[in-house]
Design a protein. Structure first.
Length: 316
């Protein structure tokens, strides 16, 4: 349990409802914004199947640092290393999709739609266009002007245990239910060996491989990621249907076929384990919970957003 004073400070820094967001925010000022963004995301997906996972992860990483203010989109400068160049974000990609969407929206409604909202909408489209649920995204975020690579240390790591995950989410006003539902986003995407190497080599003094991994699955991971792997692109998809948004992630997790330690950690506490089982047995239950948690997460704000950036990579 966190000390009360720490809880109070963090709840002020990461207030989920610090900004007044609404689903009809652009109805009069830029009514075509959402359809424009959807069109850009859809076209990008046709050319690159990794785009949905990239956009969803980008949005998550934006919201967990300074709230959902588009700070992850800013480029580094000669005087400052930005979030996108922090170690956990080096593998983020598809920033060009946000650039294209923003450019199209600017041509219709100059200076109206924030980069933070553009990213939130693109992440929703990434899920929906991958076969997952859709939802009305609350809008009205402002763009922040501060982005520091060092702050990316605050992001939950793939090696986190359940206590570390709980604290990371709790600090941002998110509950265990949100942790499990949002972890379901791992149904999309790919991981490099470095993020799960700890589970398949030198796991501990008694076991070289994490014993919670299903043996044949562990063997397949060791095959693509040998001890002294020199192939930088080597890795594994996060579930067996990595381009479709479904509940396969949870089904595989129950079977001992998860990729990250943080995935397996969800089975180590009664509340989270029960939710994993529920989502594995019902895709509808997962979708409902995921939408609720995405809206909650995408509403995290530090109150630091001050402007509508014209170019998402630089402050005005």
């Amino acid at each position: 349990m966190l000390p009360l004073v720490f809880v109070v400070v963090l709840s002020w820094v990461f207030s989920p409802f610090a900004a007044a967001l609404s689903s009809d925010y652009y109805d009069h000022t830029c009514p075509k914004a959402e359809s424009i963004i959807t069109k850009v995301v859809k076209k990008a997906m046709m050319n690159d199947k990794t785009v949905p996972a990239a956009l969803l992860r980008m949005h998550f990483h934006d919201c967990f640092i300074r709230g959902c203010d588009g700070s992850v989109l800013l480029n580094s400068t000669a005087m400052n290393a930005a979030e996108k160049d922090g170690p956990p974000n080096i593998s983020l990609h598809a920033f060009y999709v946000i650039d294209l969407a923003k450019k199209e929206v600017e041509s219709q409604c100059p200076g109206v739609v924030s980069c933070a909202d553009t990213l939130a909408l693109a992440a929703r489209d990434a899920v929906a266009l991958s076969g997952g649920p859709s939802w009305n995204v609350p809008k009205g975020r402002k763009d922040g002007g501060i982005s520091k690579a060092g702050e990316t240390r605050q992001l939950p790591a793939p090696t986190f245990n359940i206590s570390q995950l709980q604290q990371s989410f709790f600090q941002r006003g998110l509950a265990l239910e949100d942790l499990v539902a949002l972890s379901g986003g791992h149904t999309l995407g790919f991981s490099h060996c470095s993020s799960f190497q700890n589970r398949i080599h030198n796991f501990g003094t008694a076991h070289d491989v994490d014993p919670s991994l299903q043996p044949s699955f562990a063997a397949s991971l060791r095959n693509v990621c040998p001890m002294h792997n020199k192939v930088r692109s080597a890795g594994a998809t996060l579930d067996s249907s990595a381009t479709a948004f479904d509940n396969i992630y949870f089904k595989l997790l129950v079977l001992g076929k998860s990729i990250f330690s943080s995935d397996e950690a969800l089975l180590t506490a009664t509340t989270t384990k029960t939710l994993v089982s529920k989502f594995a047995n019902s895709q509808e239950e997962f979708y409902t919970a995921f939408v609720k948690s995405m809206i909650k997460m995408s509403s995290i704000s530090s109150g630091g957003g001050q402007e509508i950036r014209l170019n998402c990579r630089v402050v005005n």
